[in-house]
Design a protein around this ligand. Structure first.
Ligand SMILES: [Zn+2]
Length: 92
């Protein structure tokens, strides 16, 4: 079974790709637009890029290994996974 954190990382990947695709699409589309509407199109594309950047930061946080500073004697093993009995963090 997938861990929730892995699912969250996959969702951020899908959303990031969707926003970047929208951004590229809009930037391509506005090439033929008049200067009045072009600014709006570029602003929309920029918003998609900003959301993608935020998702990238969120993904980096999700990928960070959790820190456990409890003593080794607090470790136990459940279904092959070593974890800390104090903070419930999966280790190794
Ligand atoms: Zn711990």
């Amino acid at each position: 079974m997938k861990k929730n954190i892995q699912i969250a990382i996959e969702i951020t990947d899908i959303l990031m790709e969707a926003h970047l695709k929208n951004s590229r699409g809009i930037r391509d589309l506005v090439k033929d637009w008049t200067s009045d509407t072009k600014g709006l199109g570029i602003a929309i594309a920029s918003t998609h890029e900003d959301v993608a950047k935020c998702l990238f930061v969120i993904k980096k946080y999700l990928e960070e290994k959790p820190k456990c500073r409890h003593p080794k004697k607090m470790r136990d093993k459940c279904e092959g996974q070593i974890y800390c009995m104090q903070c419930n963090t999966d280790l190794e």
